[in-house]
Design a binder for this molecule. Structure first.
Ligand SMILES: [Zn+2]
Length: 378
């Protein structure tokens, strides 16, 4: 292959844009140092990226030393806007994702039981918002398995949705993207969290009406050849259990580690229209310590298996449990360190997700759109 081939040029352009994404604002000289590209190549390629609208010049550094003044490059935040949906089993939230990773919440609605109604609602929202915003992608976080090449929901067990082609249901004039919610949460953390700049093996566990895991392996999301990797919620943790799971197996981890378990096993009936609201009521109860300690142990059982299999350096918990406080996370960590292989836990950290106001799923859907935009740079 010739080194000045168009393919190499495109890859260099994409790499520069990725670099600016991770380190903005950044000078051309720094880009040249990090990428080993000549200063003239960097000047030429960044000029193209500016003309295409991806980046812009933003101020400079070294003002007091003439001759060493360097113009900084930053992302053009508004150039690419994605409409992002966090499809929840009971409640769906949506928002706008900008090219620098920022997500602005748009609203929420009760998730329709029928998939056709859901995508009709999504189309209405898109039609309305595209009048005011330059939307270039629609990106979905799905509580289930997704074939990403075909945009097909293989199975969303808690919604009872199976084998659904999003492309057939949503007729729009922009590209559609979709992925499993835990994979997207892992992507969101990798994009925004400092500790993940160096860690290459990590697992994000989404605990909501179901339990999903997003696996980061060698710095990349591992989805498996059939897009079912990370369905740790359906690993069997009780071989004697006859409790049926939505996946049709019995004794799944999800049966004891989802928020449904906590609300169903609390001594009183909790207020709320759905599991999310009832779980929120449970968080406010003064006598919830005992149930949350038991819940922490149930969650720990699955983490022990994951740690023994995968030896990750970081486990992140999100969904509905991230605000449960130190004692909850300490209970999980104590149990995991007591029961998992000693050497597997040596470098292990367990922490809540960094995302509080906007869900990690929604932020991840925006990151998926950004990655797609960068991949399409020519
Ligand atoms: Zn299951």
């Amino acid at each position: 292959m010739k080194y000045n081939s168009p393919r190499i040029k495109v890859l260099n352009k994409q790499n520069i844009l990725k670099l600016i994404h991770d380190n903005h604002p950044i000078s051309r000289a720094e880009i040249s140092e990090i990428t080993d590209l000549t200063p003239s190549s960097v000047t030429r390629l960044t000029k193209e990226l500016i003309n295409d609208g991806y980046i812009r010049e933003k101020g400079s550094i070294g003002k007091n030393s003439p001759g060493r003044r360097r113009t900084l490059l930053d992302l053009n935040e508004n150039a690419f806007v994605s409409l992002v949906f966090d499809l929840g089993v009971n409640v769906t939230t949506f928002g706008l994702g900008y090219f620098n990773g920022r997500v602005v919440l748009g609203g929420s609605f009760e998730t329709p039981k029928q998939h056709k109604d859901f995508f009709a609602k999504a189309k209405d929202i898109y039609t309305k918002l595209k009048k005011e915003h330059k939307i270039t992608r629609i990106s979905f976080s799905i509580p289930g398995m997704v074939n990403m090449t075909e945009n097909r929901i293989l199975l969303a067990p808690n919604l009872h949705w199976q084998d659904i082609s999003i492309n057939n249901l949503l007729d729009v004039d922009v590209p559609i993207l979709a992925d499993n919610e835990a994979n997207l949460s892992m992507m969101a953390e990798k994009y925004h969290s400092k500790d993940l700049k160096k860690i290459k093996e990590a697992v994000f566990i989404v605990i909501r009406e179901g339990v999903g895991t997003g696996i980061l392996l060698d710095g990349k999301i591992y989805r498996g050849p059939s897009f079912t990797a990370g369905e740790a919620g359906h690993m069997t943790v009780d071989i004697r259990s006859h409790e049926k799971c939505h996946c049709s197996n019995e004794g799944c981890w999800e049966r004891v580690a989802s928020i449904n378990w906590a609300v169903e096993n609390y001594q009183e009936k909790l207020e709320g229209r759905n599991a999310i609201e009832r779980f929120a009521s449970l968080k406010k109860k003064k006598d919830n310590r005992k149930i949350f300690e038991e819940f922490a142990r149930n969650i720990a059982v699955g983490i022990i298996n994951i740690v023994n299999v995968m030896n990750p350096q970081l486990i992140i918990l999100g969904g509905e449990v991230q605000d449960l406080g130190e004692y909850f996370f300490n209970s999980i960590e104590t149990e995991v360190k007591k029961r998992a292989l000693r050497d597997a836990t040596k470098k292990l950290k367990i922490r809540p997700t960094v995302f509080e106001t906007v869900s990690s799923n929604l932020v991840g859907a925006a990151v998926l759109a950004i990655e797609d935009i960068i991949e399409k740079v020519r």
